[in-house]
Design a protein around this ligand. Structure first.
Ligand code: GLU
Length: 493
């Protein structure tokens, strides 16, 4: 067999550097487990000063979703998971989209046939028979066809698949960075299809060929692939290739018994964004789903990607499944929201503020700082600030506050004395309003709360508001403040 073509491909494989890949299938949904895989692969590459490669695994055309590749790109970009080689950037071992590598898999499948590690199979097995694994590989008549017979049938145009020829008897051991050495009896492994009738490879074949030809040193993927790993090892062995380091990660669960899944409405990265979570908070939280820092960082919770790439060690990856905990994510998100520079917070909050407050004269820049420390997610903004647009119906009960020593009667009196004072204010600023209200309380020898509480209640119609009486006056403006206070007086009278 002429090996020049193969040798040429092999000679392109970069060596002497850490090379990891994120290899999503374009199924239209970047679930949390996928994002975590992307993160871990990226972190390994950056930690090792190596390359992070993006490969699109689109050989399963049945699962292909229009626009899905764009979601992969945009998610990685938004998350700052920069790649060094990929479909858009090219690179030394491209193409980086599997359907564009189609011919190559067929060549490598033939090479395996040549080496006796695979065979042409002409049987008409249904897919379900395939999936159930309910067939005896030794009974497959094609397994024992002579190569001349098989070749003659191929040449005659008979449809075929190429199957892996698992050795009979014996055992195969493979190593995983998380799960250690795993040994299985070869008799439990099926003669899996490597190349389908349509000439496209199965995932199990394509990933081995590509990981090798792309020089991948560390393979991170979900533990659902763990049971196939011995078959990969046999393929690597048959080709005479070095097996990369496997890092199989336990699934991300929605509860103790169920994996997160699109079908059950569990959120993707995009969903989480739409639900008001910040990218940085999502990344920080997702990294800790199944990985923990060690040593001096073991108590630390909040990390930037930059920090993570310095300290990320495989030994911190956990064997046990991680449960996606919304409360914990909220906790991270609230922290990130609070820690933002006011300007940056305004930028992310603005769309939510605009959605909730449409009155043109209201300055949203004044509201943003009031809600910054009071949100788990950005979606918590609207319900807190909706009263700026329209005073809700409220009960006079709200005026009664034990600690402030207010009741309906003294609130009515407070509003009545405050109204002319505010009416007389020419300068409507935070400081002037504050001075006026505090001055009034002092003059009447009342605690501030006796004035502030009724005013705040009249202006908001709510028991809890971001900001107190002075801020609300300032934001609502003089005319609206006076109107709402009059309404309060009416309602209490
Ligand atoms: N294309 C596979 C998936 O999206 C990737 C598995 C792997 O990383 O090897 O599940």
């Amino acid at each position: 067999m002429d090996m020049t073509w193969y040798q040429d491909l092999e000679s392109r494989i970069p060596t002497g550097e850490v090379r990891t890949r994120f290899a999503p299938s374009p199924t239209g949904y970047m679930h949390v487990g996928n994002l975590r895989t992307a993160l871990y692969t990226w972190l390994i590459a950056r930690h090792g000063g190596g390359k992070f490669i993006l490969r699109i695994e689109d050989t399963d055309q049945g699962r292909f979703v229009e626009g899905a590749t764009e979601i992969i790109y945009s998610t990685l970009k938004e998350c700052g998971l920069t790649w060094d080689e990929g479909p858009d950037l090219g690179g030394p071992v491209g193409p980086y989209i599997q359907t564009e590598r189609r011919d190559l898999y067929a060549q490598y499948a033939k090479l395996l046939v040549e080496r006796g590690a695979a065979y042409y199979c002409f049987c008409d097995k249904t897919e379900s028979a395939e999936d159930s694994g309910n067939f005896e590989k030794t009974e497959d008549p094609c397994r024992s066809l002579s190569s001349a017979e098989a070749q003659a049938r191929v040449d005659a145009g008979e449809p075929f698949v190429i199957r892996q020829k698992i050795p009979q008897g014996g055992q195969t051991t493979f190593h995983d960075a998380i799960f250690g050495a795993i040994t299985v009896d070869n008799d439990t492994l099926d003669d899996q299809v490597l190349l389908k009738r349509d000439g496209l490879p199965t995932y199990n074949f394509a990933n081995v060929v590509d990981d090798h030809l792309m020089g991948i040193t560390h393979v991170v993927r979900g533990s659902e692939y763990l049971s196939s790993a011995p078959k990969y090892n046999l393929l690597y062995e048959a080709f005479g290739w070095t097996v990369p380091e496997y890092i199989h990660c336990s699934p991300v669960m929605r509860d103790a018994h169920n994996k997160m899944s699109k079908r059950h409405g569990d959120p993707s990265y995009e969903d989480l964004k739409a639900q008001g979570y910040l990218t940085d908070a999502i990344l920080n939280y997702v990294t800790l789903l199944g990985w923990a820092p060690k040593g001096e960082n073991s108590e630390q919770e909040f990390f930037t990607l930059e920090e993570l790439s310095k300290i990320f060690e495989l030994s911190g990856v956990s064997k046990s499944p991680a449960i996606f905990d919304r409360e914990k994510l909220n906790y991270f998100n609230a922290h990130y929201l609070r820690e933002m520079e006011p300007g940056a917070f305004y930028t992310v909050a603005e769309p939510y503020l605009k959605e909730a407050v449409k009155t043109p004269d209201i300055d949203l820049h004044l509201i943003a700082p009031l809600v910054q420390g009071r949100c788990d997610t950005l979606c918590d903004i609207a319900p807190q600030v909706d009263f700026f647009d329209a005073l809700p119906e409220y009960s006079n009960e709200l005026y009664c506050h034990k600690k402030m020593k207010t009741d309906e009667q003294n609130s009515l009196e407070a509003l009545k004395v405050t109204l002319p004072v505010l009416e007389g204010l020419t300068d409507w600023t935070y400081d002037s309003i504050h001075a006026a209200l505090v001055g009034l309380a002092e003059k009447l020898e009342l605690k501030n709360g006796r004035i502030m509480w009724p005013v705040r209640t009249a202006l908001s119609g709510k028991a809890v508001t971001p900001g107190g009486a002075v801020e609300l006056c300032q934001i609502l403006g003089k005319a609206e403040t006076l109107r709402r206070m009059e309404k309060g007086i009416q309602q209490l009278s």
